[in-house]
Design a protein around this ligand. Structure first.
Ligand code: TRP
Length: 474
């Protein structure tokens, strides 16, 4: 969870959490990893891989994650720590120093956080729906029959239900943040995440024993490069940035509360590795089930929700597994939503000093609630709003993650170099006890200065071409 850099309560909890003991350190890592791992890994990644043709896309994704994702992640953390401020404050400082309007980047990234929070709440609402279905199922005599019938259809046909669930999710986040019970929630999270890991591992082994798994392994590990197209680079880039929570100022705030003795690049490497591994595990867990279903939903956002319950129905005590799985997933989603909410609140109260935390929080919650209307009613009230043959929610996802997020990260890189001088960032990166960091510092800077901007811009241009091709050249 994201502690708020401005709030003394959070700062004192930060001090409490400062290393020292091994236990604290583990909790600390779990928190960092917790903000990266969420619906992006378990829900979004599998269908994005399905949509983009499997193995070749997976390779591009892994490459981008370990180069650009990792470098930007470290840069955001170092930027937060060196400036000891939230993103909006840093961009204003840089703007004043350079007499240029860099603050637009700060605003863009907060705008993205806000809309992503709304979108994320709707998907968390879907998780909540499956969670309650499994819970209700336990109390019914026709349990298996009941669970056999749960599907996305109920949600797809009922925008109001989606909106209601998203609202419940958001209000719970608001409650946790405003009641100052984030510490208690963190404790729950540190218990839930390892449990989630074990659960995923068990489901994975069962799933890989399905007869469809050789076909899945071929699909994922024999890259067919002819499947790559104009949008592949942009989609992989967007997802890397999203899954590592980059481009939204979240890690900047996070970095501002880390203390000097934590080596941020090491933390960055571990978070990136764990996040990438979890994404791959999620794909391996879900695809064998999806491949066994006659009309595979591989390329659809409903993939996770259509596939997993099928497996739970087949295994002994599956209903309990289902319940536990969706509960853990929802806690992870809550954690991510709280991190987004905290960042928005802390930036707002940073910017408008007279605004207290309470009103800032309510403002963010109300605006987000309003924004959830669009994704929630995308399949019902707004079903006729189509662009490029895609529904409102699909367009929202694509514009936010594949276009705006990379642009925001470009801004973040510029702000990074403008807000910190070379000696400072090198010093923060290099750790005397780690020789590799002295060798890697040059590569890190090269990726940030050249590779990341080049591939981000190339990805954007190629996607743009693809839009033009699809809309005019048909
Ligand atoms: N990385 C999160 C996931 O994979 C999603 C996310 C994006 C996020 N930006 C964030 C979470 C900011 C917390 C804060 O699900």
């Amino acid at each position: 969870m994201m502690p708020d850099a401005n709030v003394s309560m959070s700062q004192s909890s930060t001090h409490k959490r400062r290393r020292g003991s091994f236990r604290n350190r583990i909790a600390f890592y779990l928190l960092a990893i917790g903000s990266a791992c969420g619906l992006g890994n378990i829900w979004r990644f599998p269908y994005v891989v399905g949509e983009n043709g499997g193995g070749a896309f997976l390779l591009v994704y892994i490459f981008l994650s370990l180069t650009i994702g990792l470098s930007v992640l470290i840069a955001e953390l170092i930027m937060g720590r060196t400036n000891e401020a939230s993103l909006l404050k840093i961009t204003r400082k840089v703007s004043v120093q350079n007499k240029k309007s860099f603050f637009w980047f700060g605003r863009l990234s907060l705008f993205i956080s806000l809309v992503i929070l709304a979108y994320y709440s709707v998907i968390s609402g879907w998780v909540l729906h499956f969670l309650t279905q499994f819970l209700v199922g336990l109390f019914r005599s026709d349990r298996m029959h009941y669970l056999g019938n749960i599907s996305m259809n109920v949600l797809n046909e009922n925008g109001l239900l989606q909106f209601a669930l998203a609202s419940v999710h958001l209000l719970i986040c608001g409650f946790i943040v405003l009641r100052g019970v984030t510490e208690r929630f963190e404790k729950i999270l540190t218990a839930v995440l390892p449990l989630f890991g074990i659960l995923v591992f068990l489901i994975l082994t069962r799933s890989l024993s399905l007869p469809s798994s050789p076909e899945v392994l071929r699909f994922l590990f024999y890259p067919d490069f002819s499947k790559l197209n104009l949008t592949s680079l942009g989609h992989a880039m967007g997802h890397v940035l999203f899954t590592l929570s980059l481009g939204m100022g979240v890690l900047v705030t996070f970095g501002s509360y880390f203390k000097e003795d934590e080596h941020l690049p090491t933390l960055g490497v571990r978070v990136t590795l764990v996040d990438t591994i979890i994404s791959i595990v999620a794909v391996l867990m879900i695809f064998p089930i999806a491949f066994s279903i006659s009309n595979k939903p591989l390329t659809d956002p409903s993939l996770l929700f259509e596939a997993l319950p099928q497996l739970f129905l087949k295994i002994e005590y599956g209903e309990y597994f289902g319940l536990a799985f969706f509960l853990c997933l929802w806690v992870a989603a809550l954690n991510a939503s709280i991190a987004l909410l905290e960042t928005l609140i802390s930036n707002l109260s940073d910017r408008f000093q007279q605004a207290n935390r309470f009103s800032a929080a309510w403002l963010v919650i109300l605006v987000t609630l309003f924004l959830t209307v669009f994704p929630a009613f995308s399949g019902t009230l707004f079903k006729n709003i189509k662009l490029l043959n895609q529904s409102l929610i699909e367009n929202l996802d694509s514009v936010l993650i594949n276009y705006l997020l990379p642009i925001s990260v470009l801004g973040m890189i510029i702000i990074f170099f403008k807000s910190i001088n070379e000696i400072d960032y090198k010093e923060k990166f290099v750790n005397e006890s780690s020789e590799s960091s002295q060798m890697l510092v040059k590569n890190w800077i090269w990726v940030l200065k050249w590779l990341a901007p080049f591939l981000i811009i190339l990805g954007l241009i190629l996607q743009f071409f693809s839009v033009i091709k699809n809309s005019f050249l048909k």
